[in-house]
Design a protein around this ligand. Structure first.
Ligand SMILES: [Zn+2]
Length: 253
C-alpha cells in the first residue's frame, strides 16, 4: 500500500535531485518575500556536507510541504529550465501569489466540526481508547478539517498530516462525507496523533517519519487491516471526489 499520509521531505529532495541531475539540499523556511530560493551551497555548508559540491540548496516556503504534486512538478521544471518552462512558470507564480495573499491558516482558524463527522468527538475517543497514556490533555494537538477546495493532485491524496511546529493535525475534508465510515476517519486521526507521540527522527541525513516503532504501533491498532483494505479498495473514488468536489453516493464499506 502506498503511504498516503505524509510524503517525506527526503522523497521530495531525491526527486528534485534526480530531475536536476545534481545533489540537492532541501529545507522549508518561512520567508514570505522569498518563497523559493535555489542557490549554490556556502563554504560552511560544504564543510558540513561535502557531497553537496556542485549541487543546489533549495529553500521553500513551508506551504510547499502541503502543496499538490502538480506544484512540485512545476517547481522542478522551473528549477531545471528556468523561464523556458513558460506554462510551469506561470502556474507556479500564480500559486505563489495566492500564498502571499492567503497565508497558511493558523490553528485559531481550525474547523473540527464537519458536515458529517465531528473531529472533536472522534479525537477524544481515539485518545481515550488508544493514546491515553501518552497524550495527556495539555499535549493534545489541535485538529481541523482542511479547507474544502478541489484537489489538483493527479496521483496521491494526503488523507491527513501532522504539523509538529504548530502541533496541528489536518484531516482531508474529502473524508467528511456520509460515504466514509467513521472508523476510517478515526484511524487517520489515530495515525496523525501517533506522529505527535512518536516524533520523526533523524538518522544521518534522513528524517524517518514512519520508523519501526511507528509501524508497530500502527499495526497494533484493531482496525489496521480493515482500514488498509478499505483504503486500497476506495482510494481512487476518494481521489475522484477530491478532484471533482462531488460527494460519493452510497456507502464505502
Ligand atoms: Zn504518517
Amino acid at each position: 500500500m502506498p503511504d498516503l499520509f505524509t510524503p517525506p521531505i527526503e522523497e521530495r529532495r531525491d526527486s528534485l535531485a534526480l530531475i536536476l541531475g545534481l545533489p540537492v539540499k532541501l529545507r522549508f523556511g518561512r520567508s514570505g518575500t522569498q518563497p523559493v530560493v535555489a542557490r549554490s551551497p556556502t563554504k560552511a555548508e560544504l564543510k558540513r556536507e561535502p557531497h553537496l559540491k556542485g549541487g543546489r540548496v533549495i529553500i521553500l516556503h513551508k506551504s510547499f510541504e502541503d502543496a499538490d504534486t502538480e506544484v512540485w512538478e512545476d517547481l522542478a521544471s522551473w528549477l531545471r529550465n528556468g523561464r523556458r518552462s513558460r506554462a510551469a512558470c506561470q502556474r507556479l507564480d500564480a500559486w505563489i501569489d495566492r500564498l502571499r495573499v492567503d497565508p497558511v491558516p493558523l490553528p485559531s482558524k481550525t474547523r473540527a466540526i464537519g458536515d458529517q463527522h465531528r473531529l472533536d468527538e472522534i479525537s477524544e475517543r481515539v485518545i481515550n481508547e488508544h493514546l491515553a497514556l501518552e497524550l495527556v490533555d495539555q499535549k493534545t494537538p489541535a485538529i481541523t478539517w482542511t479547507p474544502k477546495k478541489r484537489s489538483t493532485a493527479r496521483r496521491g491524496l494526503r488523507l491527513g498530516s501532522y504539523d509538529a511546529s504548530r502541533e496541528l493535525v489536518r484531516i482531508h475534508s474529502v473524508l467528511d462525507q456520509a460515504a466514509v465510515p467513521e472508523w476510517v476517519v478515526a484511524f487517520v486521526v489515530f495515525h496523525e496523533f501517533l506522529h505527535a507521540v512518536i516524533p520523526s527522527r533523524r538518522v544521518g541525513r534522513r528524517l524517518i517519519h514512519h520508523g519501526a516503532e511507528f509501524r508497530k504501533r500502527e499495526a497494533a491498532h484493531p482496525d489496521f487491516l480493515r482500514v488498509t483494505r478499505w483504503e486500497k479498495a476506495h482510494i481512487s473514488r476518494l481521489i475522484r471526489s477530491a478532484r471533482t468536489g462531488k460527494l460519493i453516493r452510497g456507502s464505502l464499506s
